[in-house]
Design a protein around this ligand. Structure first.
Ligand code: KG4
Ligand code: ZN
Length: 342
C-alpha cells in the first residue's frame, strides 16, 4: 500500500486578490483567484474596499476551488492561510475564515508567511520542471516587497537584502501612473516595453552599500524628467510611450540585477530564482535567462499564475509546515508586518 495522500486547502487574502487552492501532495489541483477591479480607479489598493471584497469573495472562491479540484471538504487534511504580512483588514478575512473552517472540520490550520510562500512557489510540482537545489538565492519582487533571500532549506531562509524605500512593483506602478495607466500599471509597462528602445532615456540608479535596494531616487528622476519633457512637448508621453516604458523597465531590472549578481558572486551560489508579482515581467524573466547563460547559473522562474498573489503557494508552504507539525491555534491573529524567520 502506498502512503496516504496529503490534501491541503490554501487561502490567500493579504492584499487585493482573494484566492483558494487545493494541493494534493505536491501537485496543485485548483488555484482560483478573484481579482478586485474596484481599486483601478483609485490608483492603488484601498484597504477598506479590499477587505469588503474579500468578505464577498471568500466563500465562493473556496467553494469553486474545492469543486474544481474534485475534493470534498471532509477529505482535507489541513488549512493553510496567509497570516501576514499584508493589509490587516484583508488578512483578517482569510484568517477568520481559516479558523472557522478548521474548527468546523476539526482539522489543523497552518499560518503561512506570504513572503516565504512566494519563494516556495518553486516547489509546486510541474511536469518538466525541477525545483532549485539548496542553497539558492531568490529575488522576491512584488508590489509591497523587494527582498534578496538566501534559501538554505524550505523553512530555513534569510533576507540578506531588501528595499530601504519603495518596492520594485511600486516603482513600476508609480511610473505607470505618471504615464496615465490605471493601477496596477506594471503589466502595461511590460506590454509597451516590448516594442520600445530601453536605451532611449536614462533614469537615476541608486548607489547604496551591500545587498539593499532603493527606488526613490529613480522614481523622482522619472517624475522630474517627465515634467521637463512635457513642458517642452505636451504630447511627449503619448509620442514616446513605448520607449519610456522600455527605459523604465530596463532601469528597474538593472537596479535589481546589480545586487543579485553581486550576492551570487560573493556567496558563490549558482542556483538563482525569482519570485513575486514582478517576476511576471517578461524583461526580468529574459534578463535572468541571459545572466544565467553568461554566468553559469541554473535559473528558476515560477509559472506565471504562481508569480502574482495566489493560494497555491500558500498551500505548498502549508504542506512543508504540516509535515513538521507547525500548526497555528485559534489565537492566531494576523500580522501586518512579519519578517521571514523560523
Ligand atoms: O506579488 P504581487 O501579486 O502582490 C504583492 O504581494 O504585492 O505583486 C503585484 C505587483 C504589482 O506592483 C504589479 O504591477 C507587479 O507586481 N506586476 C508587474 C507585472 N505583473 C505584475 N510588474 C511588471 N511587469 C509585469 N508583467
Ligand atoms: Zn505577493
Amino acid at each position: 500500500m502506498g502512503q496516504k495522500d496529503t490534501i491541503i486547502l490554501g487561502i490567500e487574502s493579504s492584499c487585493d486578490d482573494t484566492s483558494a487552492a487545493v494541493l494534493k501532495n505536491n501537485t496543485i489541483l485548483s488555484n482560483v483567484i478573484a481579482r478586485q477591479e474596484v481599486h483601478e480607479q483609485y490608483g492603488g489598493v484601498v484597504p477598506e474596499l479590499a477587505s469588503r471584497a474579500h468578505q464577498q469573495n471568500i466563500i465562493p472562491v473556496v467553494d469553486a476551488a474545492l469543486k474544481k479540484a474534485g475534493v470534498k471538504k471532509e477529505e482535507l487534511d489541513a488549512i493553510a492561510f496567509t497570516r501576514g504580512p499584508g493589509l490587516m483588514g484583508s488578512l483578517i478575512v482569510g484568517t477568520s475564515f481559516a479558523k472557522s473552517f478548521s474548527m468546523a472540520l476539526n482539522i489543523p490550520m497552518v499560518d503561512v508567511n506570504h513572503m516565504v510562500a512566494h519563494v516556495l512557489a518553486h516547489f509546486i510540482e510541474e511536469e518538466g520542471k525541477k525545483p532549485p537545489s539548496f542553497p539558492f538565492l531568490c529575488l522576491t519582487v512584488s508590489g509591497g516587497h523587494t527582498q534578496l533571500v538566501l534559501v538554505r532549506g524550505p523553512l530555513d531562509m534569510e533576507v540578506i537584502g531588501s528595499t530601504i524605500d519603495d518596492a520594485a512593483g511600486e516603482a513600476f506602478d508609480k511610473a505607470a501612473k505618471l504615464f496615465g495607466f490605471p493601477y496596477p500599471g506594471g503589466p502595461m509597462i511590460d506590454r509597451h516595453a516590448k516594442t520600445g528602445d530601453p536605451d532611449a532615456f536614462q533614469f537615476a540608479k541608486p548607489r547604496i552599500e551591500g545587498y539593499d535596494f532603493s527606488f526613490s531616487g529613480f522614481k523622482t528622476s522619472v517624475l522630474y524628467s517627465l515634467e521637463k519633457w512635457v513642458k517642452e512637448d505636451p504630447n511627449f508621453v503619448q509620442n514616446n510611450l513605448n520607449d519610456l516604458c522600455a527605459s523604465v523597465q530596463r532601469t528597474v531590472i538593472d537596479i535589481l540585477f546589480h545586487k543579485l549578481i553581486k550576492a551570487a558572486s560573493d556567496l558563490k551560489i549558482t542556483e538563482v530564482a525569482v519570485a513575486g508579482g514582478v517576476s511576471a515581467n517578461s524583461g526580468l524573466r529574459n534578463r535572468l535567462i541571459e545572466e544565467g547563460n553568461r554566468r553559469g547559473w541554473n535559473v528558476y522562474i515560477p509559472k506565471f499564475e504562481y508569480c502574482t498573489d495566489n493560494a497555491a503557494m500558500i498551500a505548498m508552504t502549508g504542506k512543508f509546515m504540516f509535515e513538521k507539525g507547525l500548526f497555528a491555534d485559534l489565537h492566531a491573529a494576523p500580522f501586518a508586518r512579519w519578517s521571514i524567520g523560523f
